[in-house]
Design a binder for this molecule. Structure first.
Ligand code: 5GP
Ligand code: 5GP
Length: 209
């Protein structure tokens, strides 16, 4: 069987710590709907190949249509906030994620299902609770990368991909946590491919937000 350009092997569910988006030289702007909760927010649900590469922008004719997700908007404002400047309501960020990543999974998930499934998956594993349960709190302290990885493994049963960025003083800080999801977007799996990300120091800051 020939594989089509829209095939993929699994998804990354990527979540972002807002304090680490804001505590950078580029800074952040709160959404027009207000300051997000002190919690991880969704970055995206990204189709990926087992070799670490990934498809993108798969169907320009399947354009983002907010009217298809009107019932999800209030949840997305809470759980998928946009932090780029200037302040926006979120539609541009969600539209970007749909166009770049969502269209590559359209054989499995239509627009409504793409966003609804992403919300559902986020709510299956509470990353902040997992970290706090291991004494890892967003208080500006440094934690070992190993303790962060292990806290999520213990709470969820899966090994996360951790990515870091640098704060304004150049310290490595916890920026994004990704978990892997099977190709039907039904459940979490152990990641087929892990690194391929911005590396963290052995000890990373967890900034407040
Ligand atoms: P960055 O260079 O900041 O890590 O990633 C920039 C963008 O490239 C991300 O927002 C995402 O759209 C895409 N990207 C980066 N790494 C991956 C990956 O491993 N898988 C997929 N599907 N997209 C990625
Ligand atoms: P990516 O291509 O890396 O998946 O998505 C990042 C794009 O979404 C960038 O163009 C970025 O400016 C925009 N964006 C808007 N709001 C946010 C946000 O809250 N977090 C991140 N990481 N990117 C955002």
């Amino acid at each position: 069987v020939l594989s089509s350009s829209q095939d993929f092997d699994f998804f990354y569910l990527v979540q972002e710590w807002p304090g680490s988006h804001c505590d950078t030289e580029q800074g952040c702007c709160y959404p027009t709907t207000g300051k997000p909760a002190s919690d991880f927010g969704i970055h995206g649900l990204w189709p990926n190949y087992n070799d670490g590469s990934y498809p993108s922008n798969c169907n320009s004719s399947n354009s983002f249509d907010a009217s298809k997700i009107s019932d999800l908007i209030s949840r997305m404002q809470l759980e998928w906030p946009t932090l780029s400047c200037p302040s926006k309501d979120g539609l541009k960020f969600w539209g970007h994620e749909w166009k770049k990543h969502g269209t590559c999974a359209e054989s499995i998930l239509d627009q409504h299902a793409y966003f609804e499934t992403t919300l559902k998956l986020k709510n299956k594993i509470n990353l902040l609770h997992a970290l706090e349960g291991a004494g890892i709190q967003p208080n500006g302290q440094m934690y070992s990368l190993e303790s962060i990885t292990s806290a999520i493994q213990v709470a969820s049963g899966y090994t996360p991909r951790i990515q870091c960025n640098n704060d304004t003083s150049g310290n490595s800080q916890l920026h994004e946590i990704s978990l892997c999801v099977d190709s039907m977007a039904a459940d979490f799996i152990e990641c087929p491919v892990l690194p391929n990300g911005r590396s963290c120091g052995s000890s990373v800051e967890f900034p407040s937000f």
